[in-house]
Design a protein around this ligand. Structure first.
Ligand SMILES: Cc1ncc(COP(=O)(O)O)c(C=O)c1O
Length: 501
């Protein structure tokens, strides 16, 4: 520090990054077993607004070591936070910034970046990562076309996990002396879990690293089953991916838990209103996931949860009742219903599955008997994938007479998505637009399978009920007709359902 500086002052704002407090949660944890405690690391109190301040410091440090000079342009694909942290550093060191964002990001995040003088380019969220319009591809192209540019590339830059290995991990170790059992964090680029997790495991080999993933992201299914299933869109920002960044080391995880948007957002609001912690959606997600995971655990158990960013950027969304209601996240809006309602309509039946060692012939027989077109494949309680009539048909055509005596192991496919009983039907329709089936999971067990026709049957039955309730007198005759149609539809469903389950 220069000698003539004011006593107690910091040299510049970057020196205020880190040393974020660890705080105990006291109210949202009610219901956990005695001795199960949840603590949070308040990264949202960093000056740039998130844990990405640490990442920006290391990205730029490494780039400057490799020859980057002030005056150049930093280009990055960012959901907002990395941009904010890079913009803060760029302002201090004399760089220009261009940030490329998916269009689901909150307006506050965009304005925040523009406030620092950065240029922001928006890209569609609902396109594959490989699509030339995706924010990953657009940012790469801009970096290639801009002279004296540095593509920060947080999804593939080893300086990302390194930032957390060199800084976040040691800081947590110093603050806690290792007095906790579980480190839980949301999974985005993976920088946080991979870097912090690596450091903590070196110091505390018995620590549990718990990843929290939103429903719709690729990570959960891949960790649980090794399969790359169909990702689908969700609202929580900053966590979950539809591709595998090289900055993510999934092997560091001891367990993974997933949460849906509603769980994330209700917990985010509770964190603010019950604990006084004004966090963003991924913080609510991480706490909701950690609490869900801890539900059946006994004390003593200390869980440390990483809170990435702050609530200010989400006041027009998570903290706005109209937005929450419009999206069906508040209780008073029933919406179309949930996956549990579709399963319920079919009545209670055991789900029928096949093991990957089952013979092609036997599976064909099961499909035929039950009148269904596909089955989940489960080995020793673990979901492996799905096998459907189209896979069996291709196999038989290609393999000739003996094909029916082989096992289905090589025919197990991944083009399904996994959902939970709480998944909203508004979301399920998007899921089924892309995936052949949605497999319903509860606590890692398969509890059902839902296809397009199930959803159609459920919704058509429901819409008949709504009409009948809304206009009972005037359309009495029609209602009867519809009722009989509905009955037929229910019967059809029951028939199909018998099969499916
Ligand atoms: C709000 C928020 N939460 C969580 C994460 C995930 O952190 P990481 O990329 O280190 O996995 C991010 C990353 O973009 C984020 O912006």
């Amino acid at each position: 520090m220069p000698e003539d500086m004011m006593h107690g002052a910091l040299e510049d704002i970057t020196k205020a990054v880190g040393n974020t407090p660890i705080v105990r949660l006291n109210r949202v944890t009610k219901g956990l077993a005695p001795g199960v405690e949840v603590y949070v690391k308040c990264e949202y109190l960093n000056p740039g607004g998130s844990h990405k301040d640490r990442l920006a410091w290391n990205l730029l440090r490494r780039a400057e070591e490799a020859g980057l000079k002030p005056g150049g342009t930093i280009v990055e694909a960012t959901s907002g936070n990395t941009g904010a942290s890079l913009a803060m550093l760029a302002a201090l060191r004399g760089y220009k910034c261009v940030f490329v964002m998916p269009d689901k990001m909150s307006q506050e995040k965009v304005s925040n970046l523009r406030a620092f003088g950065a240029k922001v380019v928006m890209c569609p969220t609902a396109v594959d990562a490989d699509d030339p319009r995706s924010y990953y591809k657009v940012s790469r192209r801009i970096a290639d076309e801009t002279p004296d540019s540095f593509y920060a590339n947080q999804y593939h830059n080893p300086a990302n996990p390194e930032a957390h290995y060199l800084w976040t991990g040691p800081e947590i170790w110093k603050q806690t002396k290792g007095d906790f059992d579980v480190f839980a964090a949301g999974l985005g680029t993976g920088g946080t879990v991979s870097g912090t997790g690596k450091f903590l495991k070196e110091k505390m080999p018995d620590v549990t690293i718990l990843g929290v993933d939103p429903v719709g992201s690729l990570y959960y299914d891949f960790v649980k089953t090794g399969r790359i299933t169909k990702p689908f869109s969700y609202k929580v920002e900053g966590i979950g991916e539809d591709f595998f960044p090289t900055t993510m080391n999934l092997k560091i995880l001891d367990d993974i838990v997933r949460v849906d948007d509603k769980e994330c957002f209700l917990m985010t609001r509770d964190m603010t209103r019950l604990e006084g912690l004004f966090v963003g959606g991924s913080g609510g997600a991480a706490v909701a996931g950690a609490i869900k995971w801890a539900k059946n655990k006994k004390g003593p158990l200390k869980i440390l949860v990483f809170l990435c960013d702050a609530g200010q950027k989400y006041v027009s969304k998570i903290f706005n009742d109209d937005w929450m209601r419009e999206n069906g996240f508040l209780e008073e809006e029933p919406g179309l219903g949930t996956v549990a309602d579709v399963l319920h309509m079919r009545g209670k039946r055991k789900i029928v599955t096949a093991s990957s060692s089952a013979k092609v012939k036997a599976v064909i027989e099961t499909l035929k008997q039950l009148g269904i077109s596909q089955l989940p494949v489960v080995d020793k309680g673990k979901l492996r994938g799905v096998v459907g009539e189209i896979d069996l048909l291709r196999h038989l055509v290609a393999g000739g007479a003996k094909a029916s005596t082989s096992t289905i192991a090589s025919l197990v496919e991944s083009d399904y998505a996994t959902v939970t009983p709480d998944t909203k039907l508004e979301l399920l329709q998007n899921v089924l637009a892309d995936a052949r089936a949605a497999i319903v999971m509860e606590s890692d067990s398969v509890v059902g399978i839902v296809t397009k026709i199930d959803l159609i049957e459920y919704l058509s039955t429901k819409s008949v009920e709504v009409v009948a309730v809304a206009k009972p007198k005037k359309v009495k005759a029609k209602s009867e007709k519809q009722k009989s149609k509905a009955d037929k539809s229910t019967r059809a469903t029951t028939k199909a359902a018998k099969s499916k389950a």
